[in-house]
Design a protein around this ligand. Structure first.
Ligand SMILES: [Zn+2]
Length: 88
């Protein structure tokens, strides 16, 4: 059965966003000060990565201070959507 042609094909976005084992984000860094000595620790997500983050859910990232070997965790969230473009 022939369908009536619409002016523009539509799109359905199906499924969630699965991020892999090594999710890099070039151009984004995480920075946090050591709770013990105040030194700045940085994770450059161009080279380092988040492991299996889930979009929209809290992700626990661990920093390590090279000066006093302190370890601490922070929570970040990866956000991202793919939607049909409505032309506006
Ligand atoms: Zn420190």
């Amino acid at each position: 059965m022939a369908r009536k042609k619409s002016a523009r094909p539509t799109v359905a976005v199906v499924g969630g966003i699965e991020l892999g084992k090594r999710f890099c984000v070039p151009g984004v860094s995480l920075e946090s000060n050591c709770p013990k000595c105040g030194a700045l620790a940085e994770t450059d997500l161009a080279n380092d990565y988040l492991s299996y983050p889930v979009v929209g859910e809290p992700y626990e990232h661990t920093f390590w201070c090279e000066y006093d070997e302190e370890e601490w965790s922070v929570r970040v969230v990866v956000r991202g959507t793919v939607e049909a473009w409505d032309g506006k």
